[in-house]
Design a protein around this ligand. Structure first.
Ligand code: SF4
Ligand code: SF4
Length: 388
């Protein structure tokens, strides 16, 4: 299993002005009814002709929209909807400069399927609904994504600054008692990855003492990737139907090769041929959606793989199935404890008596593993402690 290190990933992410390559084109698309732990129901009659953004699945809160203009077929036995492109490939955004009130914002974001990419893809409108706007409340615009996979801050400031200003003003008007922490424009801090993980960001820059138990009533946290899709929806009428995805090539020594590549990938795209391209170019046989914080399986290129925009925004093409990174000896730098957003004392996991590790408050974020220069696999140790 690969263990990615923050120093590698974030060195790459420092480069802004990266090029987004042409969209990945596939002849078949598949949308599944499962959404995290929820099971959505199909909407409307099938088969039918659909257009980009048309509602295909929903439950009481979430929506899955059509990623293409084409024909949609419901396959009830497999719990999926297959789609065939039949018409324009790409969505044509229409610019609309408008001062929305908060109810209009909620309803528009809801209709266009905008979710929080910081909090398990819950609908963003739900967080607006829950937010009290009281005197103690905070609205936080964070400049960093958790994975550092794309410099959304630069893109927002260079391309969508007027839209961001308008959106911010609408929030200021709706929640006039709240404090706004705007880390995109107003607050200049020397950020260090992986501070984008909301727990760490709130602890380090906003003095939130218990960021693991974030109270959405009092904190409206908006990461830059979520903000990017909010602005696209509000001012360009663009539904959440595709996502910007980074692809890195990782050799058997666990080192990155070449530049990170970025692609817009539509929900439900069959990526089998896309990965085959990398296999023939690099002669590497594996890929993974492994992230800095979560270890995911390494899969073989050639197997069918359908992209789900709600699950991942990065892929790694790998030379081998296993990383050569091995655990070293603790050098007592203290980084694991320093970066732990909830002060769970992960360093105690190295002691013979590990009872000082506060397992009950550990949120499994993986930061201690990411930062440890000795490659101590805390995640594995925590897993063992939890008995799974
Ligand atoms: S995984 Fe590590 S850094 Fe994250 S909360 Fe647990 S002990 Fe702290
Ligand atoms: S981060 Fe790693 S090397 Fe540093 S104190 Fe923690 S276990 Fe030791």
């Amino acid at each position: 299993m690969f263990t990615l290190k923050s120093s590698q990933v974030f060195e790459k992410s420092k480069k802004s002005n990266v090029q987004v390559l042409p969209p990945v084109i596939s002849s078949s698309f598949l949308l599944f009814s499962k959404f995290y732990s929820r099971n959505l129901s199909p909407v409307g009659d099938f088969p039918r002709r659909v257009s980009i953004g048309e509602l295909l699945y929903q439950d009481s809160s979430n929506k899955i929209l059509s990623p293409v203009n084409g024909l949609a077929f419901l396959n009830p036995q497999e719990n999926n909807i297959s789609l065939r492109i039949d018409g324009e490939l790409n969505f044509k955004p229409t610019y609309e400069k408008k001062d929305y009130n908060i109810n209009e914002i909620k309803s528009r974001l809801n209709d266009l399927g905008i979710v929080s990419l910081d909090f398990n893809c819950e609908p963003f409108s739900k967080f607006l609904e829950e937010f009290s706007g009281s005197k103690e409340s905070l609205i936080v615009f964070s400049p960093l994504t958790a994975e550092g996979n794309y410099d959304y801050k630069s893109v927002i400031l260079s391309k969508y600054k007027p839209e961001f200003d308008t959106f911010k003003k609408s929030l200021e008007k709706a929640f006039s008692n709240s404090k706004i922490f705007d880390f995109l424009i107003e607050k200049k801090v020397n950020y260090k990855y992986p501070d984008g993980l909301y727990e760490l960001f709130l602890k380090k820059y906003c003095n939130v003492t218990q960021p693991n138990f974030i109270n959405h009533n009092n904190i409206l946290f908006i990461g830059p990737e979520t903000l990017y899709y909010i602005l696209q929806a509000l001012y360009y009428n663009s539904p959440f139907h595709e996502r910007l995805v980074s692809v890195n090539i990782l050799n058997k020594k666990g080192k990155f090769e070449g530049e990170t590549k970025y692609f817009n990938i539509k929900n439900g795209t069959n990526l089998t041929n896309f990965f085959q391209y990398f296999k023939s170019k690099y002669k590497y046989n594996y890929f993974t959606t492994n992230s800095l914080y979560n270890k995911e399986p390494v899969l073989e290129i050639g197997d069918d793989y359908i992209y789900n925009i709600y699950n991942h925004s990065s892929f790694y093409i790998c030379e081998t199935k296993n990383s050569s990174i091995t655990e070293g000896i603790c050098i007592d730098c203290g980084d694991c404890n320093y970066y732990c957003p909830v002060n769970a004392n992960p360093k105690a996991l190295l002691n013979i008596n590990i009872t000082d590790f506060k397992i009950d408050i550990c949120i499994n974020c993986g930061i201690c593993t990411v930062f440890c220069p000795a490659n101590i696999d805390f995640q594995n140790r925590i897993k063992k402690e939890r008995g799974n």
